[in-house]
Ligand binder design. Structure first.
Ligand SMILES: NC(=O)N[C@@H](O)C(=O)O
Ligand code: NI
Length: 162
């Protein structure tokens, strides 16, 4: 069983896996006669393969228990997947770099602060959505189209919070 302590999520630490979506650390420019700050182009949406298209979804998820016990990670080889909380929900992120094998030494666990979302790069291994404390509602942007876009990799992981 791989034991991990979830560290606070930062854009730098998450860079090998995708982007952190967070207006507080992002550039913006004024639009709408100055009434709106546009935080522009915050993450790379990837939609690959036959008939690929971008999906906008809402996930409503029940909270997980801590320690979080996982028995697999998954990846989407044909597209990215972004999760943005709609009510400042905190969630646990467990990731490993893209590749056909997972090196346990490269698996990382993070916990968000409620204002952060994540965009998993296509092929990044990740735990399924794991919201903390209460039912969570997330805007999710990912890839639709033909072909298999979800692989699972058996891996026993137990995650605690610092
Ligand atoms: N299956 C699905 O749409 N969601 C997962 O990919 C997930 O990462 O939660
Ligand atoms: Ni996923």
């Amino acid at each position: 069983m791989l034991e991990l302590k979830a560290e606070p999520l930062t854009a730098e630490a998450f860079a090998p896996f995708g982007e952190v979506i967070d207006a507080r650390i992002s550039e913006w420019f004024p639009i709408n006669a100055g009434r709106t700050r546009r935080y522009h182009d915050l993450a790379m949406v990837e939609t690959l393969g036959e008939g690929a298209r971008t999906l906008i979804n809402i996930f409503v998820s029940q909270p997980v228990e801590i320690p979080l016990e996982l028995d697999f990670l998954e990846r989407h080889p044909l597209g990215s997947q972004a999760f943005m909380p709609l009510h400042e929900e905190r969630f646990v992120v467990v990731v490993a770099p893209p590749g056909d094998e997972i090196d346990p030494a490269e698996v990382r666990a993070f916990v968000t602060d409620g204002r952060q979302g994540v965009n998993y790069r296509a092929g990044t291994w990740h735990a399924i959505q794991s919201v903390l404390e209460r039912e969570g509602e997330f805007l999710v942007v990912d890839r639709g189209g033909e072909g298999n876009n979800c692989d699972e990799y058996p891996l026993a992981v137990r995650v605690t919070l610092v």
